[in-house]
Design a binder for this molecule. Structure first.
Ligand SMILES: C[S@@+](CC[C@H](N)C(=O)[O-])C[C@H]1O[C@@H](n2cnc3c(N)ncnc32)[C@H](O)[C@@H]1O
Length: 276
């Protein structure tokens, strides 16, 4: 069995010590966020899904002392690391709060700006999160999201689907298609804003490419193991995982040989809404 199939995420101090809070993945979305976000003085700001501190701490540094920022995330070990950085960077305008985006521990009409970099695909209940954002935002307050869109890594998913069909696992291929569709489109994200009293004031679409030598490099990459592997495995019957991944890896490798590498497209969006 391939080594990567044994990978286990361990949420402990040893892991968090080497956790990369700004992999090139998050960085691409962060650059999109900072390219378009308007900076203003005297703001009260929340970062939803702030993890170990990105983009929260960068934003705290860029906004400076007239603004107060809060990071909301239920991941306790991430807070420990973010708090160490807050202390070592000498930031006095930012605090971590252990909660979820579905339960924002602030009063009604109290927040000027909410940002979330790569949060929305991780929230259990996006409509509840949008209602909660609407509740805590002041009138004219803003919610700004950056996220990957439907079509993310389509080259990989097409080969995964073809592999499942080649192995006559049609039902799993259909499940894989629905798994991909949980990612939003500009239309579905815009609808979440407007259905919850937030007028979309600006949005920008962009994309970038991630290139790997081949499927073996891709499947063994630490960030792929950390962020995606378990969700792909969960779509497959346990006993078939080694065989399906072996066929998938071979197919990805032959595609890479023919195409000069495994090039994966990441469509992304910046969406900004305002409380009406
Ligand atoms: C893909 S990471 C993004 C982290 C960081 N913002 C970045 O740009 O890299 C998603 C984050 O959302 C957090 N998260 C998951 N469910 C959440 C929820 N219901 N409310 C708030 N944060 C949540 C996770 O703990 C994780 O830190």
């Amino acid at each position: 069995m391939a080594d990567y199939l044994d990978y286990k995420f361990e949420d402990n101090q040893g892991f968090i010590d080497t956790y990369d809070e700004l992999p090139l993945w998050s960085a691409a979305f962060g650059l999109l966020l900072f390219r378009h976000l308007e900076l203003k003085p005297n703001l009260t700001v929340i970062d939803l899904g702030s993890g170990t501190g990105f983009p929260l701490l960068e934003l705290a540094g860029r906004l400076g002392k007239s603004c107060k920022l809060y990071g909301i995330d239920p991941w306790k070990n991430a807070h420990k690391r973010a708090n160490k950085k807050i202390k070592n960077y000498g930031l006095d305008n930012v605090e971590m709060i252990n909660s979820t985006a579905e339960q924002i521990p602030f009063g009604d009409n109290s927040i000027d700006l909410i940002v979330s970099n790569l949060g929305i695909n991780n929230f259990e209940n996006p409509p509840v999160v949008f209602r909660e954002c609407h509740r805590v935002l002041k009138p004219k307050g803003k919610l700004v999201l950056t996220t990957n869109l439907n079509g993310h890594w389509k080259e990989f998913y097409n080969i995964f689907e073809a592999t499942l069909r080649q192995l006559r696992r049609e039902k799993i291929a259909e499940t894989l298609i629905s798994h991909q569709e949980h990612r939003g489109t500009i239309q579905s994200i815009t609808k979440l804003f407007t259905d919850n009293g937030l007028a979309v004031t600006r949005y920008f679409e962009d994309n970038f490419e991630m290139k790997f030598l081949d499927g073996s490099a891709f499947l063994n990459h630490y960030f792929v193991k950390l962020g995606w592997l378990s969700s792909w495995k969960s779509l497959l019957p346990e006993e078939e995982i080694p065989d399906i991944f072996s066929a998938l890896e071979q197919n990805l490798n032959s595609h890479s040989l023919k195409s000069g590498g495994l090039k994966l497209t990441v469509p992304m969006a910046y969406v900004e809404g305002e409380k009406e």
